[in-house]
Structures are given as structure tokens and as C-alpha cells.
Design a protein around this ligand. Structure first.
Ligand SMILES: [Zn+2]
Length: 572
């Protein structure tokens, strides 16, 4: 009767068989017709129509095939021949802080020190007395000359308002004099392990704090209230829905409060307000709290899960704190630094081994080749415990690989959780810092795939913009933001659109143990899917960055419709 239609389960087939003749139709709640469906499912890659019952896809096929599930109460949406793909799953975000910062000062596209100052001055006028000014995302490499900012640039007009503005990569921040004072940072304060208090010629702090030195200020920031957290999450979910992001994996650093976030997500789930799915990784230093509660990897509901841990092996290339075997090409005395959590190395090894034994999933940030290598050593050590459970160890960023480590990466079955947008951003200046040879193994998407490594794509929002289509564009073109590499920066590492979307959907689902539940549009899986303005598989790849998300469905519910500029919250 229906040769290509694929159904959820035998029981449903039986039900359906009765439909055609009987009156009691097990009708679909939703049918999207007249679409070009890219399912991501190798067994059935293309379709015209998708039917949903509850939060699951029940049928994928031609309009005629799926149409038999249409009943009196079925909502039917005509996709107008547009492309439908699975919702994007961002494998690495800092969701709550980035969402909060949506309404804070945005400095990333400030292309001069003057513009940086002007925006901060404008924000200072809007910031209520007694509040901190946060946010930022500044990037001094976009200024001429590219000198990092100092507190003197903003002290005169920020008065008694504490200001703490992150560098775009999160590995540095600018504090004004009030914030430094509140944190007790003076010329006498020693650099904390894994961090640098940048000082002027007289030894006085300039306001710039690198890596672990930021924690001195973070420790005195007022804790977000529960209501502020809920408000930030609502704001962030609307933004995510508008960009076709239906799942995020939140990587929490020390100093953030994973458990307060989970409390807020749980409250919103109970009130039926979640339109985005969360997998929350707590800071690795909190591993025992999860282990003691009996939580294991990927524990929770389809909307809120936990059981992953985020750790840090090193800093970033932009801050010259990524940790390498060889020194920076333009700074021969600098090899980068290991992160505070690696002091001593035995501490990180102990956390990894213990957390793994407790069946928690490990996601360790490692950017420089030596940091990556060291974490692979530690994973190897943890594997000596034969507990029989699947690990799916992850390395977050996996940015600069040593040639010798690709095979090992694959053999250990480590997931490379990568952010392609950074390749076209860092690609502007990375080669000057690390030289041609090392740059050739930077964001080495193709080499990873050739070695059979699982790729999971994301953004590290708000280190980079949340828009996944920018990430797909970046992976496919590798055209650096400065326009200097239109045919691709190390073009041999480019991916196809198909491979990029896969890494951003099924790949990310695999990275959170959810490949049987989401990541493709297949019967039985969650009905998380998006309608795009253009067919990204056939248009000129340089146009992918301009493609818009027309509609976003999460669990079969329409949560974003571009024509109405509307974010729907499904109350139930
Ligand atoms: Zn991150």
C-alpha cells in the first residue's frame, strides 16, 4: 500500500491499517506537506512530507503517502516547496550568560577603540545605579593598532559603576578601577595559577585580566537571582528558535552555577515553556555532586538532561594562552599555559578517572596541540578501568592538532566538538602566531573525518554568534572574515554542506548520547525540524550565511514563525 512510508512501530502500522477502513483514525497532529525534506537519515534521505503525533515523527514520505494520516484535527502546514532539515543542535554554548548578555553591551563588531569607548559610554547611561555593566565580546584584533583595552579608556565616565567586559573568546576581560577594587586586585596581587593580571611598566594592573585571573572578579559578581535566570533563559530561547537551534549543550565553567540553571530549566519545563532542549555540563570540579546524586551521562528528560562535565586544559590562541609543544612563532619564549585545573596535572587526571568511573561524560576544553595531547593521555589512562560502559569522551575545540595525534584521537573514539565559525575568524591571524605547518592542522575538519572521528558542531556562543548557518557557511567555504581567503583558508579542510549539517545535527546528537532520539527526521525521533528560506544544498555556498530560518518546530510544535516574528511558547 505504502512502499516508502516508514512508521514509528508495528503497533502504529496496525492502527493505520484500521484507519483506512474504520472511523477511528489515529490521525497525525501535524503534517508538513509540499516540502523538500533533507532527513539526514541514510535509509531514506529525501522526502516531501512529515507527519507528527505528539512530539514524535511518525511518518516521512511523499505527500500522498503521509497524507493518509490526515484527520479532521490534523494541523497541515504547506511548506511551499522549501527545504526542511533537522533542527540544529549546538554542541557547545554558554547559554545562560550569553542570553543574559543579549541585552548588555555588544562590542564584538566595534572595529576601533573609539567605537569600543562610545558603546560603553552609551551603555553606562542606560545601566541602573548599583548594577554591574557586563557583556562585551570585544576583539582588539579588529582595531588599529590592535592594542588590548585598558581601564583608563573607560574609568572617566563609568564613575562608581563596576564594569567587567569579556573578550570575545572568554579568555580575557577588562575590569574598570571600581571592579578591580571590589575584587581586591592591586599591584601587590600575585598572578593566580593559570592566569595573568596584565600590568603596566610601573607594575600597576591595566584592568586586563587573562584566563584564571578573571575569577578574582567573577567571585565578587552578584549571583544571578532565580528570576533573572528565568528571564535570561526565556530571552535566549526566543533567539535560538529564530535561528533554528532546537538543542544546546551547555558547557559550564567554574564560577557558573549549573545547578541553579537546571533548577530554572526544570521550572520552565514543568510550566510547559521550554522550546529548546538542554544538555548541561557542570564544571568538572563539581563531579562528585553529580556522582553522589547517582546521576550518569545524559540523565534526564527530552528537554533537560545532565551528567556531563566540562574541564579546561588550556587557554585560547587569541589570548596566547593555548598550550603548544613548540613556542608561538611570533613569541619564542611563550608556549602558552595550562589552565588552573591542570595545576597539578594529577588533579585533572584524578577528576577524569573518578568522573569516568562514575559514568559521567567528559568534555575537556583543549586548543593547543600539547593541551590536546595531554588530555588524550589522560583519557588513555582512564580507559585502563574496564567498566564496560560507553564513554564518548569529548575534546572541546580540538583546534590545533599535532600530526601524531589524529590516529590516537580516532582510536580512543574521542568526539571532536568544534566551532567552525572560529576558523574563519581566527584564520585572519592564526598563521602569524603559529606558522604555516601548525596552521595546516587547525580546525582540521576534513582530516578528522578522514580518520573516522565523530564531529559535533557548535558555536561556543557567545564567543561566536549563535547562528548555525554561519557555522555551515564557515565549514563549507573557510573564507576568512577579512575577505583575504575567498577560496578557503587551508581549503583542503573544507567540508560539504551535507557533512557540515550532519555534524551540526546527528553529530551533535551523538555527542550527547541522543542519536537514537534526535538529529535526523525519522519515524520515532523527536519532531525537531526547521524550514529554511533557501536550499543550502544547491545555492552558491557563499550565500548560505544569508539564509533565514522561516519556521522552527520543537517536538512537533511550531515555536518560531518568521512571517509573524513570533516566538510561541507551548503552554500545556
Ligand atoms: Zn566555551
Amino acid at each position: 500500500m505504502m512502499p516508502k512510508i516508514r512508521l514509528l512501530a508495528l503497533s502504529l502500522i496496525c492502527l493505520l491499517a484500521s484507519v483506512v477502513t474504520a472511523q477511528n483514525k489515529p490521525a497525525a497532529d501535524l503534517i508538513v506537506t509540499n516540502a523538500k525534506v533533507w532527513t539526514g537519515d541514510a535509509a531514506h534521505p529525501q522526502a516531501q512530507s512529515v507527519a507528527v503525533i505528539g512530539d514524535r515523527v511518525v511518518a516521512v514520505g511523499s505527500d500522498a503517502e503521509v497524507g493518509v494520516l490526515r484527520g479532521a484535527n490534523t494541523k497541515v502546514i504547506d511548506a511551499g516547496g522549501k527545504l526542511i532539515i533537522p533542527g540544529f543542535n549546538d554542541s557547545h554554548v554558554h547559554f545562560v550568560s550569553a542570553s543574559r548578555d543579549l541585552d548588555q553591551v555588544q562590542l564584538n563588531d566595534a572595529t576601533s577603540a573609539d567605537e569600543f569607548i562610545r558603546r560603553i559610554r552609551a551603555q553606562a547611561e542606560k545601566t541602573p545605579k548599583g548594577s554591574w555593566m557586563l557583556g562585551g565580546g570585544w576583539d582588539e584584533t579588529k582595531w588599529t593598532p590592535p592594542n588590548p583595552p585598558t581601564k583608563e579608556m573607560i574609568d572617566s565616565f563609568t564613575g562608581d559603576m563596576p564594569v567587567f567586559l569579556d573578550r570575545y573568546d572568554g579568555h580575557g576581560a577588562l575590569a574598570n578601577s571600581v571592579a578591580l577594587k571590589m575584587a581586591g586586585i592591586t599591584a601587590q596581587t600575585p598572578d593566580p595559577p593559570g592566569g595573568v593580571i596584565v600590568r603596566d611598566a610601573q607594575g600597576n594592573p591595566t584592568g586586563l585580566l587573562r584566563d584564571a585571573a578573571k575569577i578574582l572578579v567573577i567571585n565578587v559578581l552578584p549571583r544571578m537571582t532565580h528570576d533573572e535566570r528565568i528571564a535570561a533563559i526565556r530571552r535566549g530561547m526566543e533567539y535560538a528558535a529564530s535561528l533554528g537551534v532546537t538543542s544546546v549543550q551547555e558547557m559550564n565553567d567554574e564560577g557558573t552555577d549549573s545547578f541553579a540553571d537546571i533548577d530554572a530549566y526544570s521550572e520552565l519545563e514543568q510550566s510547559g515553556e521550554l522550546t529548546l532542549r538542554f544538555y548541561v555540563a557542570a564544571a568538572i570540579s563539581d563531579w562528585k555532586k553529580e556522582a553522589d546524586a547517582g546521576i550518569r551521562r545524559a540523565f534526564g528528560t527530552s528537554f533537560v538532561r545532565m551528567g556531563a562535565l566540562k574541564g579546561f586544559a588550556d587557554g585560547s590562541l587569541g589570548s596566547r594562552t593555548a598550550y603548544f609543544f613548540d613556542p608561538y612563532s611570533d613569541d619564542p619564549s611563550n608556549f602558552g599555559i595550562t589552565a588552573k585545573q591542570m595545576h597539578p596535572l594529577s588533579q585533572m587526571q584524578e577528576w577524569i578517572t573518578n568522573a569516568d568511573a562514575a559514568r559521567l561524560q567528559l568534555c575537556i576544553h583543549a586548543i593547543g596541540d600539547r593541551a590536546i595531547s595531554t588530555i588524550l593521555d589522560m583519557y588513555t589512562e582512564a580507559l585502563k578501568e574496564h567498566h564496560g560502559a560507553e564513554r564518548r569522551f569529548r575534546i572541546e575545540h580540538a583546534q590545533h592538532m599535532a600530526a601524531k595525534d589524529f590516529d590516537r584521537f580516532a582510536q580512543l573514539d574521542v568526539i571532536a566538538s568544534m566551532q567552525p565559525y572560529q576558523a574563519i575568524d581566527d584564520g585572519r591571524w592564526a598563521e602569524a602566531r603559529i606558522g604555516h605547518d601548525r596552521a595546516s592542522r587547525t580546525y582540521a575538519f576534513r582530516t578528522f573525518l578522514n580518520h573516522g572521528v565523530h564531529l559535533a558542531f557548535g558555536t561556543d556562543w557567545d564567543v561566536a554568534p549563535l547562528n548555525p548557518l554561519l557555522g555551515v557557511y564557515a565549514a563549507v567555504t573557510r573564507a576568512t572574515l577579512d575577505g583575504k581567503n575567498p577560496n578557503g583558508w587551508f581549503p583542503e579542510q573544507k567540508l560539504t554542506v551535507d557533512e557540515s549539517v550532519r555534524a551540526y545535527t546527528a553529530g551533535s546528537a551523538y555527542a550527547e548520547f541522543q542519536e537514537k532520539v534526535k538529529g535526523t527526521i525519522s519515524p520515532g525521533k523527536l519532531a525537531d525540524m526547521i524550514v529554511l528560506s533557501d536550499d543550502i544544498f544547491s545555492i552558491d555556498p557563499t550565500k548560505i550565511r544569508d539564509v533565514k530560518v522561516l519556521k522552527t518546530f520543537v517536538g512537533g510544535k511550531l515555536v518560531w514563525d518568521v512571517y509573524r516574528r513570533q516566538h510561541y511558547v507551548a503552554a500545556n
